[in-house]
Design a protein around this ligand. Structure first.
Ligand code: GDD
Ligand code: MG
Length: 349
């Protein structure tokens, strides 16, 4: 089975992290997000992967090339202007001639694709949508189903109180190729607002698959970006990829507590305390007496003497001055300098 990944969105909710790095390439425990995703697919024997994009694929191509070195056959399909989630799939029609899988490009999951495919085939569905429970469905698409799983209603981003269930569209679909006939060519069209409501109106069999029970998160906000890494480090979900630098590291005079990943080439000064779950990318410099708790440093970040980080993200090559305090929820972009002694604590607002 082929998989098509929707990696076209701008990742605006992850800014400033996505100012220089496309959303699909943001590091998750020091590996690009998309590398985790394609490894998960490869584990199911899915090696033909179509990446649909609406910006230049430079960063993806520079890392993955044609996929050969990752055991994959990758195809890049470009949109001149964003065609929306379903329009992007239509744009790749020439590659789709059999049952195929569609993935939102910002989902971290371990759901059982084999079981979902069996469900799809058993019900002779034209479209099967994976469902996952969330506490607050208002940021997602909500599906109402019959007891046998047939979808009766799809409401994207329901207003508070409007959702009748907390089972949401997990952004993972198994589709039959004739579904493509319902999608117009060369104009923006969304699964969520257009295609699914249209299919339901026409009585086409669309099913919701709630059987996965697996881990699921949309990494597209700052909180979720930290959360997925906490969950990976603390074993609430399993990474398919080997995480570099995980495990006991010995740095003289440095206290390391909890789950911490440290990339190659880091310099860590004496008297520093690093508390997990945290990940420090390669070639970071951490000066004496600094304290890091539940935070993420991108490559070549530099932390001054006695600086304090708590539940924050520091971008590539950024410099945090001596004694600065960066607090909960703060996200410092790439190449940013924070003056010594500065206090940034958005979480306490
Ligand atoms: N190629 C392409 N072209 N990709 C696109 C486009 C486009 O025009 N627009 C969005 N995408 C990609 C994004 O990059 C992302 O990976 C995915 O489609 C979903 O877009 P988001 O912007 O992240 O949507 P969302 O998270 O608000 O909502 C979607 O995902 C939820 C699950 O996380 C919807 O599908 C919801 O129904 C769903 O519950
Ligand atoms: Mg999303």
């Amino acid at each position: 089975m082929k998989a098509l990944l929707l990696v076209g969105g701008e990742g605006t909710r992850l800014r400033p992290l996505t100012c220089n790095t496309v959303k699909a390439m943001v590091p998750i425990l020091n590996r690009p997000f998309l590398e985790h995703m394609v490894s998960y697919l490869r584990n199911y024997g899915i090696t033909d992967i179509i990446l649909t994009l609406c910006y230049l694929p430079d960063q993806l191509e520079a890392f993955f090339g044609d996929g050969t070195s990752f055991g994959l056959n990758l195809v890049y399909v470009m949109e001149e202007s964003p065609l929306g989630t379903a329009g992007a799939v239509k744009n790749a029609q020439q590659y789709l001639d059999d049952t195929f899988l569609v993935f939102n490009g910002d989902i971290f999951t371990d759901i059982d694709l084999q079981a979902m495919l069996a469900y799809h085939r058993n019900r002779q569905a034209k479209a099967t949508i994976a469902l996952t429970p969330v506490l607050d469905p208002s940021a997602y698409g909500v599906l109402e189903t019959e007891p046998d799983g047939r979808v009766v209603r799809f409401v994207e981003k329901p207003k508070p109180g409007e959702a009748k269930t907390n089972l949401i569209n997990a952004g993972i679909y198994i589709l039959e190729p004739d579904i493509l006939d319902w999608i117009p060519q060369n104009r923006p069209y969304m699964f969520e607002h257009h295609l699914y409501p249209h299919l339901l109106k026409d009585g086409i069999p669309v099913y919701g698959y709630a059987g996965s029970g697996g881990y699921w998160i949309d990494i597209g906000t700052h909180d979720k970006y930290r959360q997925v890494q906490y969950d990976l480090l603390e074993g609430r979900c399993t990474a398919v990829l080997n995480i570099p630098g995980k495990g006991p590291a010995v740095y003289p005079g440095v206290t390391i507590e909890g789950e911490v990943t440290i990339g190659d080439g880091c310099r860590i000064g004496a008297g520093t305390r690093i508390a997990g779950p945290s990940a420090i990318s390669e070639n970071c410099i951490i000066e004496d007496g600094a304290s890091i708790t539940a935070s993420f440093l991108w490559p070549q970040a530099r932390l001054g003497k006695n600086a304090i980080l708590n539940k924050c993200v520091i971008g590539r090559e950024s410099v945090i001055g001596d004694r600065a305090v960066i607090g909960e929820g703060a996200v410092i972009g790439d190449h940013t300098s924070i003056e010594p002694g500065t206090q940034i604590a958005p979480g306490s607002r």
